[in-house]
Design a protein around this ligand. Structure first.
Ligand code: TTP
Ligand code: MG
Length: 380
């Protein structure tokens, strides 16, 4: 857990861009400025089959939001049009562009905080507890954390013409809930330099919120808890840890802690490649030993060349996946006694895992193979 040696306290920020995909489009297309904008699949005049990725706040006034079927979004826009309001502008998703903007935003945040976890394309956690300049701070640490967060917001706006919302608190959980508390362009601080006061602020902040405001409590958990008349986080605190564990298993214990604002999860600073894998579907299903062997050797080579480009020197675990013509899928793994960085070893082990799928050991019905996959993990 990151904690400041200077302050002895942990202060975490969470930053989330406002209506991200739609905001980028609105910025880049002056003619649609101020209009309701929906980014997602093609509405095809109401016959489209995909969903909404996001909608800007204007379009949200029509009831349009992420995950809504695009056909419903179209209907809502038509309805608004009949009422004399502007119809929504529908745009396709341009991941590449949003990815580039996202990278630049992370770079800005990194200038201000020594530890930044990118949590998704438009959100990041940042450690505000160990800022070098704290040594010089005369005011409160929280005040200073807020000042830094404001600087980040200002620089993002200046450089990217985009707004975001920030939450600041004693841990990731509180920071995340706080960033969504006031949107768009909000800043919510839940915490204090004084430990007792901080605990009280956290409690007062959480209690009136709905249980769904806790990240991880989704519609299914909500239905279960509603049966017990539990709607708010305050209600949730009436359940003992044991009761919650009986309802939800291990996750119940986590809910118990979250309801009390407790969370000591660390920032995950760099995305680590935990496995390297490749898979390929045959143009035509096959059980021809030559063809299958040739394909799996190609996959081994592809996986191996990606492994060579990585920072790792060895791997220990090898997995082969086979999908048959009826789509049943099986995987077999092997962990080597000694880690290796050798293509020959990989090929040898992969073939050993594959062969039983070609005869009655793993394929008694002689099903043809549709897809093959090779994966390596447990790197060192
Ligand atoms: P969010 O941060 O959840 O949403 P948002 O940035 O559009 O709006 P808000 O102001 O409420 O934060 O997601 C970030 C982006 O991820 C969003 O712009 C589009 C994309 N996304 C999807 O493609 N599908 C989804 O279901 C969600 C939730 C988001
Ligand atoms: Mg967002």
């Amino acid at each position: 857990m990151n904690q400041s040696h200077v302050t002895g306290m942990r202060i975490i920020g969470h930053l989330d861009m406002d209506a991200f995909f739609a905001a980028v489009e609105e910025r880049d297309k002056p003619r649609i400025k101020g209009l309701p904008i929906v980014v997602g699949s093609d509405p095809a005049e109401g016959r489209g089959r995909g969903v909404v990725s996001t909608a800007n706040y204007k379009a949200r006034e029509y009831g349009i939001h992420s995950t809504l079927p695009i056909s419903t979004a179209w209907k809502l826009s038509e309805k608004a049009k009949k009422e004399g309001k502007p119809e929504a502008v529908f745009l396709p998703v341009d991941f590449e562009k949003y990815g580039e903007v996202s990278e630049r935003i992370i770079e800005i945040i990194k200038k201000y905080s020594p530890a930044v976890e990118q949590a998704s394309i438009d959100e990041a956690y940042l450690d505000l507890s160990d800022l070098p300049a704290f040594k010089k701070v005369e005011g409160g640490f929280y005040d200073y954390a807020k000042e830094i967060a404001q600087k980040i917001k200002d620089e993002i706006y200046k450089k990217e013409k985009l707004t975001c919302s920030v939450g600041i608190g004693p841990n990731k959980l509180i920071a995340k809930i706080a960033s969504g508390f006031k949107k768009p362009n909000g800043m919510t601080v839940v915490g204090s330099d004084n430990e007792t006061a901080c605990a009280e602020l956290v409690e007062a902040f959480l209690e009136p919120l709905k249980i769904r405001d806790i990240p991880g409590i989704g519609p299914k958990s909500e239905i279960i808890l509603n049966k017990f008349k539990i709607k708010t986080i305050k209600d949730l605190k009436n359940l003992t840890k044991k009761q919650l564990e009986e309802m939800f298993g291990k996750w119940g214990g986590e809910i118990y802690d979250k309801a009390r604002g407790k969370d000591d999860s660390p920032l995950v600073l760099e995305w680590e490649a935990k496995s390297i894998g490749e898979q390929e579907t045959f143009l035509e299903d096959s059980l021809d030993a030559n063809k299958v062997t040739k394909k799996i050797k190609q996959l081994c080579q592809q996986v191996f060349s990606r492994f060579r480009e990585s920072d790792f020197e060895n791997f220990r675990n090898i997995t082969v996946t086979v999908r048959f013509s009826d789509f049943t899928t099986k995987s077999r793994s092997h962990t080597l006694k000694e880690a290796t960085g050798d293509l020959k070893v990989l090929e040898f082990e992969v073939l050993k895992l594959l062969f039983p799928f070609l005869d009655k050991r793993e394929n008694p019905k002689h099903k043809a193979i549709r897809l093959l996959g090779v994966r390596i993990e447990k790197f060192s």
